[in-house]
Design a protein around this ligand. Structure first.
Ligand SMILES: [Zn+2]
Length: 565
């Protein structure tokens, strides 16, 4: 009975450990995937030859699914008069690419909060949550135990590695907030947001004042409304200006000053100087679409490429830098598709690509660049439209850019739009079902990589693997395996080989060493098996002799009359 209880307790504890709400589960998935990569023929060679990246830049095209890229690529080529060329986007020319699985902890198709947490913390969480472990409900009253503290940003700051981000969304929006916000619903961006007064949460805007975001080197995006009191046009009812409070915080260790930029003029005139911390907020909420800026001939906000370049410049002005992690988000690719407006999405994707190209030209060989999406949109490119016609047109009743859901459904009879109508920059492509906001798509998304160890991001991987690999390459998690351990082992091995060579010992390659070990271990194993067999045979012989001896003894002592009764 006791033994049974022991096994039940053991099984329960193992089940608790392997649960998908635990980081151990996702680390185990990450470790297994990574080991297979590192131990492959190509991995063994490349890992020995390359120096790990000092810096990592993660570009996230929000909602940039494979169909979105294909349709935008066709549209862009058609717009530039080279429909037959199918010129790729810049990031599509990266030497390595793979596929990333995006499901959240609780849904097949993820929202941006859960997928951003997966990519930046390495674990799956529930939809709409930020920095909060699964299974803790809607209220933030579970204290420290519900908070995720092992994400890239937390660990990097602890190691003295710089962290920053630039986005075309509000700084408090789901993707950037996944880097720093703890224990909160994504909609709780300011003090009086819906649900705030009953949840015991700290609003997201306020959290730029505390660890780890107070130590970020760069925060660039929109969202004044979430940071400013209602007396000056903001959303806050606590009369606080979080922007001013941030500017008056003491600079982090090694930083000399905090610089607050509140408009495009500030941005244009700002020169990155050594050891700055930079907060730039340039729009009331999210940035306007690039198409609208172009139509108005306006520059009301900096371009994503300008912010990305500025962020890199600030990061690289750090004295005695130990490296940096930078996240750049093209947020409006997603927001345009939520409205089925694909002209807008095309332009946003081009802006995103421009940012990647400019940053690529700026950084050195010590920087790993990753490009991916947090999720796809439910978009498809059906039919056989002739290449002489615009991808925005239809072939018969079939629209060549077609959404599963969204406002493009209209009155349900929108398949009869004209070619002229489809060229309106704000034209909404048709959809099958009506929703004010189109729903995301659940298929895998692409990942493109270049720089040191970029080959680690090939094949099909969980989106959590992106965080696991970055932690591995930047040696962020002392409890997990890291490339630093690998380098240490390789250095020790090299030193041993050098010492042997100096002493005149025969030099052997790693391959021949392992072959040698394999060959010498085989005779030992064979000898052990032979000994075991001989021992068994001897034991059987002894047992047979004993049985014979006992039999003859009994026959000699038992009388015939007693044995027959
Ligand atoms: Zn979205």
């Amino acid at each position: 009975m006791r033994l049974a209880l022991f096994f039940v307790a053991l099984a329960t504890s193992i089940a608790a450990e392997v649960g998908q709400e635990s980081i151990e589960y996702w680390n185990r998935v990450g470790r297994k995937w990574l080991d297979a990569k590192l131990e492959s023929d190509v991995g063994t060679i490349l890992a020995a030859q390359q120096t790990p990246p000092k810096n990592v830049i993660l570009f996230i095209g929000d909602g940039m699914g494979i169909a979105t890229i294909t349709a935008a690529r066709i549209a862009r080529n058609q717009n530039s008069g080279q429909a037959d060329v199918n010129q790729p986007f810049f990031f599509e020319t990266f030497p390595f690419s793979g596929l990333s699985k995006t499901a959240s902890f609780d849904t097949h198709t993820t929202d941006s909060a859960a997928s951003a947490v997966a990519m930046m913390c390495g674990r799956k969480v529930e939809q709409n949550t930020l920095g909060r472990l699964p299974g803790h409900g809607n209220k933030c009253e579970h204290g420290e135990k519900a908070k995720i503290r092992d994400g890239i940003a937390d660990l990097a700051i602890d190691k003295g590695i710089d962290v920053g981000f630039a986005t075309t969304a509000a700084i408090t929006d789901a993707t950037p907030a996944a880097l720093y916000a703890k224990d909160v619903h994504r909609r709780m961006e300011f003090d009086s947001a819906p649900g705030m007064n009953t949840s015991n949460c700290e609003d997201i805007a306020t959290q730029i004042l505390s660890h780890p975001a107070d130590k970020f080197k760069v925060l660039l995006g929109g969202g004044h409304a979430q940071f400013l009191p209602d007396s000056v046009g903001g959303n806050r009812t606590d009369n606080r200006s979080i922007e001013e409070e941030w500017a008056h915080l003491r600079p982090m260790q090694l930083a000399q000053s905090r610089v607050l930029l509140t408009g495009t003029e500030d941005f244009v005139h700002h020169t990155p100087e050594e050891d700055q911390q930079l907060l730039g907020i340039f729009a009331p909420l999210h940035f306007p679409y690039r198409v609208d800026e172009n139509l108005r001939n306006s520059s009301s906000v900096p371009r994503l490429s300008e912010m990305a370049v500025k962020a890199v410049q600030v990061m690289e002005k750090q004295t005695d830098s130990r490296g940096y992690f930078l996240m750049i988000e093209g947020a409006n690719i997603d927001k345009a598709q939520h409205k089925n407006r694909f002209h807008l999405a095309t332009e946003e994707l081009s802006e995103f690509d421009r940012a990647i190209e400019q940053v690529s030209n700026l950084v050195g060989d010590d920087t790993l660049i990753l490009v991916t999406a947090d999720h796809a949109h439910a978009l498809t490119i059906p039919g056989y439209l002739n290449k002489s016609r615009s991808i925005f047109e239809r072939d018969g009743n079939v629209s060549s850019i077609f959404f599963a859901t969204g406002p493009g459904y209209g009155d349900g009879n929108r398949t009869l739009y004209t070619a002229e109508e489809s060229m309106d920059p704000h034209f909404a492509q048709p959809a099958s079902f009506f929703f004010n906001d189109a729903r995301h798509g659940g298929e895998d998304v692409g990942i493109w990589a270049k720089g040191p160890f970029a080959w680690l991001f090939t094949g099909t991987l969980e989106n959590t693997q992106i965080a696991y690999n970055i932690k591995y390459l930047m040696c962020l998690d002392d409890k997990e395996k890291s490339v630093c351990d690998l380098r240490k082992r390789m250095t020790e091995k090299q030193q041993n080989e050098d010492a042997e060579r100096i002493m005149g010992a025969t030099t052997v390659s790693p391959q021949s060493q392992s072959f040698h070990i394999l060959n010498t271990s085989l005779p030992i194993r064979g000898t052990m098996i032979a000994l075991l067999v001989i021992t068994c045979v001897l034991a059987l012989l002894v047992a047979a002799l004993l049985v014979l001896l006992l039999r003859s003894t009994f026959r000699g002592t038992v009388k015939p009359s007693e044995s027959s009764s």
